[in-house]
Design a protein around this ligand. Sequence first.
Ligand code: SF4
Length: 318
Amino acid sequence: MTIIHCVSVSTGKDSGATAIVALETEPRESLRFVSADTGNEHENYHDYLGYMERHLGIKIDVLRANFDREIAKKRTYVLTHWAGKGVPQADIERAAAALVPTGNPFLDLCIWKGKFPSRTAQFCTQYLKTELLTEYQLAFIERGEAEAVWSWQGVRIDESAARRKRLACPVHPSFHRTFDVVGAGLFNYRPILRWKAEDCFEAHRIAGLEPNPLYSQGMTRVGCMPCINAGKDEVLEISKRFPHHIERIEYWELMVGQASKRQASSFFPDPDRDAHLDKRGIRKVVEWSKTKRGGQLMDWIRIHEEPKACSSAYGLCE
Ligand code: SF4
C-alpha cells in the first residue's frame, strides 16, 4: 500500500518537533509538508518556513483560504434582504461597500461573517486551517498518488485539559488516541502526544533546528498575532514588542465593523462587559492588559480558563 505521510507545520515548536520525528522515521519520498497561512501571522512566518525548508531539506506547501465567492454572495444578500429586515438604507449601502475581498484570508473571513471569531465561535480554525488541510490531504488519494494518507499532527495532551479530554479514548479515558481512522483513506497520527514542551525544544536542539525566535521574545505561542485566545500577558507583550500588529487589528476592527449590521466589531471581548459595542476595541484591551494582576478586571479574559476550542485537529493553533 502506498502511504503518504503529510506533516502539518505552523512554525511552532510542536509541529517542528513532529516534522523532525517524521524525517527520522519515514522515507523522504513518502513525506509531504504543508502549512496554512491565515494572514494573521507574525511577519516572520514565511521567513521561518523558509529556514525550516533549508535546514531540513524539505519543501513546505503553503495554503491560503479564499473567500471571494462567499463575500460576493453576502453582498448580494445584504442588498436584497436587509431592507426587508428593517435595516436603514444608509446602513445597507455602507455594509455593501465594505463587502469587498482584501486578499487576506483572516480579514476576508471576518468581513464575510461580519464579526471576529471568538472562543465560543472559533470559526477561524475551521475555515483557515482544518478544511484546507483536509482537502489537501484527500487530494493525494483522489489523484491516485496514494492509497492512504497519514496526517501527522503536532498535538500534545500536556497542552491543555481540553485537548487531553478531546483525545481521550471513549472506552478507557485514561488512554489517549495516538492514531485515528478518519475515513476515505485518511488517518490521524499524533507522534508527540505524550511529549512535554521541553521535549519539543530538545528535539530541535538535537536536529540543530533553531526554534521560532518569537519564543525568545516573550511569546508563549506562535501563529496568529494575536490569537483570539491570547491571554492578558500575551496581549501586553505584543503591544510592547509588536505594536504594528495592534495597529493592524485596530484597522481590521474598523473594516469588519463596516461590513457588519451592528456597524462595529471588536477582536476581543471587552474588559467591561457592559460597554457598548462601538466603545470596544483592541486599544481598550491593551490598556486593560497593563492593569495589575488581581485588579478589578482580572477575571475578564479568564486567562486561567482553558480555551474551549483552540484545538485545531492539526495542532496548528498553539
Ligand atoms: S491561532 Fe488562534 S486566531 Fe489563529 S486560527 Fe488558531 S484559534 Fe484562530
